[in-house]
Design a protein. Structure first.
Length: 511
């Protein structure tokens, strides 16, 4: 039986799949203000938009891989609502920029030795095409973690290396230290993700011929080297005899090498910058290294207080594209929102959602600067976390507040848990430093109830169950969104290493 639509279609969804006119509803009466006709029309419009899609099977000139560290489905859903609510709009009907991409799939994140993985093993899978152990960078599972000699015989070529050999430009951007697990997997091979500088490298590893991760960035041997690298981690590149330009603290390197100086000495075209003003002034024709913090960049909600001035993830993404797009043969760029993960570990849902919001802005900036005709953009995560979206809060309730229903007058009222008869937040963690059973928590009066003042603090730690020093990763599958040439290959549920093969196929790279 075929249904016949008797109402005219709205234009809502024809330009963006998933658009809903529900966003125009009054939040004070969200359940009844939206007519059944409107929902039906939007569904038909979304269907029409999907049926009108045509798969782009052409070769991709450029590929941008966005990795939201720790951005699982729950984080995306909560960030979507947070993003809309932060603009005074209907958060539930909102869509983040990458949620408008036409192709969506799920990636399985386990590594060869862990059900719940880390960023090193997962990033390595996406960048080399083979699953490997947790804790290692771009080597196969044949080498145990920490075994230098074995690692030297288990090198797994990365997309960056293959792309450079093919004449493409390569860039890496992160809000974490540029030597951290995810960005490090782009250009380095290491049996231990913690070997960020030579002072962290064991003596036996040095004797066996292993190099620290920072050195591998500077000494990247393929083509004419990495074209642009932007992130944090200055201390890994500076000698212990040198003072950081922002903090005055010494660098970490024990070998006396100033890798930032070595970068500049490579050619007249190599440029090093360490603040936003210098980044903005750097010509797009340069080979660019930007290190904006001694360690990781500031959380977005604290970035305005940085005395030296830090670029946003969107700023860095824009500059990277400007540099890389000068290559007529194309480029590969990896962009990581590394601090989604760090905020989760801290137990700060506000921090994680704000970082995800900025990540979505960076994706939007990249899509606006490129064409879906020749640039494939893949947006995904490396692993999940233990954030839970719970209770029965009414539509329009503050996603970062107490779970609240509406009374007969349309006023939000916090709901009480059936067990202890106390209010609770919509977002909680399964474990973490905000555990109600953590050392020092006064349980004489039962579970503490967060106040509105508590919830408004930027670094408020959501309540959690299991007490851990830092909230842990989760083992759930993560979403993958794609737009551009051969994006149709992103569908279904697949192993994480498959992402490498889609990118290599789109760029028509051969190992």
């Amino acid at each position: 039986m075929k249904l016949t639509l008797v109402l005219p279609l709205t234009a809502c969804a024809l330009g963006a799949i998933g658009c809903a006119s529900a966003g125009a509803a009054d939040e004070n009466d969200a359940g009844s203000a939206i007519s059944p006709d409107s929902w039906y029309e939007d569904g038909q419009a979304a269907l029409a938009a999907r049926k009108a899609q045509k798969s782009n099977k052409k070769h991709a000139k450029n590929v941008i891989l966005f990795i939201g560290d720790g951005m699982d489905p729950t984080t995306v859903a909560a960030a979507r609502i947070f993003d809309g609510q932060s603009r005074g709009e209907d958060g539930e009907a909102n869509l983040l920029s990458f949620e408008k991409f036409p192709n969506v799939a799920y990636s399985k994140t386990y590594t060869t030795d862990y059900q719940v993985a880390d960023s090193a093993g997962t990033a390595s899978a996406m960048l080399t095409g083979v699953k490997t152990r947790s804790g290692v960078l771009s080597i196969s599972a044949d080498a145990p973690r920490g075994d230098c000699a074995a690692a030297l015989n288990a090198v797994a070529p990365t997309l960056a290396e293959i792309a450079k050999r093919a004449g493409l430009s390569v860039g890496v951007v992160s809000t974490a230290a540029i030597t951290h697990a995810t960005p490090g997997a782009v250009y380095a091979h290491s049996p231990d993700r913690d070997w960020a500088d030579d002072s962290a490298l064991p003596e036996d590893a040095k004797e066996a011929g292993c190099k620290d991760i920072a050195q591998q960035l500077i000494d990247f041997p393929y083509g004419d080297g990495i074209d642009v690298a932007l992130g944090g981690g200055r201390r890994r590149f500076l000698p212990s005899t040198s003072a950081d330009p922002e903090t005055g603290n010494p660098g970490r390197r024990a070998d006396g090498r100033d890798l930032t100086a070595e970068w500049v000495e490579k050619s007249d075209n190599h440029r090093y910058v360490w603040n936003k003003e210098e980044l903005d002034a750097a010509p797009s024709s340069s080979k660019l290294l930007g290190l904006f913090e001694p360690s990781h960049l500031k959380l977005e909600m604290e970035r305005a207080g940085d005395k030296a001035g830090e670029p946003s993830l969107a700023d860095m993404t824009q500059k990277a594209i400007e540099v890389l797009s000068r290559n007529e043969d194309g480029y590969f760029l990896m962009v990581e929102a590394g601090r989604i993960d760090h905020a989760h570990h801290f137990g700060s849902a506000r921090g994680a959602l704000t970082e995800t919001q900025q990540y979505a802005k960076a994706v939007a900036r990249a899509r606006a600067m490129t064409s879906a005709k020749d640039t494939l953009i893949i947006v995904t995560a490396d692993h999940g976390h233990t954030l839970a979206f719970q209770g029965y809060p009414a539509k329009g309730n503050d996603i970062l507040g107490l779970a609240a229903g509406k009374n007969d007058d349309g006023v939000y009222e916090p709901m009480n848990a059936a067990g202890d008869k106390k209010p609770y937040t919509t977002l909680v963690y399964a474990n973490g430093p905000g555990s109600v059973f953590a050392n020092g928590v006064d349980l004489s009066g039962g579970r503490p109830v967060p106040t509105e003042e508590d919830l408004s603090k930027p670094r408020y730690r959501q309540q959690a169950l299991i007490p851990t020093g830092g909230e842990t990763h989760g083992g759930q599958d993560v979403p993958v969104y794609a737009s551009g040439p051969r994006a149709y290959l992103i569908s279904g549920v697949f192993e994480q290493n498959y992402i490498f093969h889609v990118i290599a196929d789109a760029l028509e790279l051969e190992e």
